[in-house]
Each structure stands twice: as C-alpha cells, then as structure tokens.
Design a protein around this ligand. Structure first.
Ligand code: AVI
Length: 334
C-alpha cells in the first residue's frame, strides 16, 4: 500500500485547526468549519449516514452512476488520471473507476514502461488519512494505481496540471453543497484553472426539494446525524484538551428557504461554560445558544448550471434523477 502524501505537516494542520476553533467559537453567532467533522470517527459516522433510509443522496447518486458511468468514461476520453476531491472511503467511486478501466483496459503490470503509458491512476484527495486508507484497501485491484493525497483541495489542485492527461476530476457526493455559493464558485474556478481542454469534470449535487424530505435526511430517526454533529465537540475535547459536555447540546437541522440550504447546529440545552485548555479558551453558552456546524445548499438545476458557467465550465452532459431529484453534470473548460 502506498503511503498517503501530504503537503502540510501534522503540526501546521493542528495550528490552523486551533486558529479556526478560536475564530469560530469567539464569533457571534458561533460557528465551526465543517471539515472538523471528519476525524476517523466522524468519517465512520458519515459512512453510516450514507446508508440511512432517510439519507437519499448517496443511493440516488450511485444509481445514476451505475446507469451512466460507461457513457461518462467514454465522453471523458479514457482518462489516464482520475482525481477525486473529497474521496472519503471511496465507496461512491468504484462504479466510475470500473467504467474508466473498462474504457481503457488495465495497465500492463508486468511492464513499468507500459504502466507509464497506460493508466489510469486514481488520486483520491481527502482531509482524512484514515478514510483514504480505507479507500485504498477497498478499491485496490491489479493494474489500478492508487496514489492517495492527504489535505485540503486548495493544497493539491494547483498541482493537477502535472498529472498525465486526459484527466477526469470527480467532485461527487454533493460536497459542493457544503460551501457557501461564493466559496463554491472559487473552488470550481480553482478546479477549472487546473484543467486543460482535454480534461473532464464530473460534479454530483443534490437538488432543492420539499422540506420534510430534507429535514428527515439531516435529522434521522436513529440519531446517527446527531452523533455525527456532536462528534466535533468530542474531537475538540480529545485533541485540544477541552471539556464540552456532549449531553449539554442537541443536534438541530433547519431548512432556510431564502438561502436554499439546510443548516446544522449544536444547540446548548443550558447555561454552561466549556474550557479548551490547549488554546487556551473559555466559551460561555446561554440556553438556546447555537454553534453553526454545517450548511448543505440545495440548488435548483438552473442554479447549478449557472454556478458551473460562472466558474468557466461548460456542461457537456447532465444526468438527472427525478425523485428524489439529484444531478450529475459532466463539464469541460469553456
Ligand atoms: C458531505 N456532505 C455532502 C453531507 C451533506 O449531505 O451535506 C454532510 C452531511 N452532514 C450531515 N449529513 C450529511
């Protein structure tokens, strides 16, 4: 198994996390960046979310991928590099990789030279080293190189042009929805700047739909999403020597129709003070005070198209499931 590459040291990572926690918990209203949700336990809980009956996103996207991967691989021109942003454990990627390999043929593992010439090489990018290790084990097969890259997308996207082309970039799982619209546009512009004319970009994103369906998806009956949300406090307790009382907070999922997004919060159930000794910082809460932990935007099809166009990407094919509605867009540099 290849060791995952990281551009940023664990020490730098910890310093930037500490700065984010301080900035978020001293702000009014309080917030925490959603990438903090994904430590090893958080990644595990997110995997469990993807299998919940209420969380329609993953299985709807998988069904679309199963139906259209062959066409996507063909349209992407038998890519030599498949780069996935936010790969997680890679569970959503098998179908598309199989299709790329089928379109391509496996690289000849007996010859180093033909391996150079053939491909494909899969580069999963994720902040979670543990998730990447799972992905690597789950997706390993003869003839497919897997080179995991640990870190934020911004660390790796500028290096895209160095990878053999044509490249297929995957940003599936509706993770684009976790960015504010202006951040989403900047991220897609960064993707576009790393692409050449021959490359393709596949975006998978949830669509705006009825409120009850959305509320259920982000506040499931079994309480897995609540545990996932609260895990961020558990993580701060463990990694920054804090004393958040997890029973003193509840998970809250709200639909904001004006912003067209689900908003996830941790709400304080009483007046309380938490101490984060490693920062050091004391954080006071009144009953009902909230920490905003995540947004999940649900754009219309027209807004998704506008977002891609604004980033300089032209859609070459869209695959849309009607109910529950979800979209896959294949795009090229405009
Ligand atoms: C990772 N991301 C696409 C998920 C979503 O649906 O926004 C994160 C999530 N948070 C709670 N449930 C799922």
């Amino acid at each position: 198994m290849k060791a995952a590459r990281a551009l940023v040291s664990a020490e730098e990572d910890r310093r930037s996390m500490a700065a984010e926690i301080r900035a978020g918990l001293t702000a009014s209203p309080k917030w925490l960046p959603c990438h903090l949700l994904y430590d090893a336990r958080g990644s595990e809980l997110f995997e469990a979310i993807t299998e919940l009956p209420e969380y329609y996103l993953t299985r709807t996207e998988l069904a679309l991928l199963e139906q259209h991967s062959a066409e996507i691989a063909k349209r992407a021109g038998a890519p030599r590099s498949v780069v996935e942003l936010g790969a997680g454990t890679g569970s959503k990627t098998r179908t598309i990789l199989e299709a790329v390999i089928a379109e391509h043929g496996l690289s000849d593992v007996t010859s180093a030279e033909s391996r150079e010439l053939d491909g494909p090489v899969y580069y999963p990018i994720d902040v979670s080293r543990t998730a990447l290790e799972v992905a690597e084990r789950a997706l390993a097969r003869p003839g497919l190189e897997i080179r995991p890259l640990v870190g934020q997308y911004g660390d790796w996207l500028p290096l895209l042009k160095d990878l053999p082309g044509p490249r297929l970039l995957l940003f599936i799982g509706s993770s684009i929805g976790n960015y504010q619209p202006h951040e989403a546009e900047s991220l897609l512009s960064l993707v576009r700047r790393g692409m050449s004319k021959e490359d393709s970009f596949l975006l998978g994103a949830d669509l705006r739909k009825d409120e009850p369906r959305l509320l259920a998806a982000y506040d499931d009956a079994a309480g897995v999403t609540a545990e996932f949300s609260k895990n961020v406090l558990h993580r701060i307790n463990r990694e920054f020597n804090a004393d958040f009382d997890l029973d003193g907070f509840r998970h809250l999922a709200l639909w904001n129709p004006d912003a067209s997004r689900m908003e996830l919060y941790l709400e304080s159930l009483r007046d309380q003070v938490a101490t984060i000794r490693a920062l050091p910082l004391r954080v006071s809460f009144r009953t009902g005070d909230r920490i905003h932990t995540e947004n999940s935007y649900k754009l219309t099809l027209a807004d998704q198209r506008r977002l891609l166009a604004a980033a300089g990407l032209t859609i070459t094919a869209s695959f849309v499931s009607p109910d529950p509605s979800y979209a896959l867009h294949l795009a090229r540099v405009t």
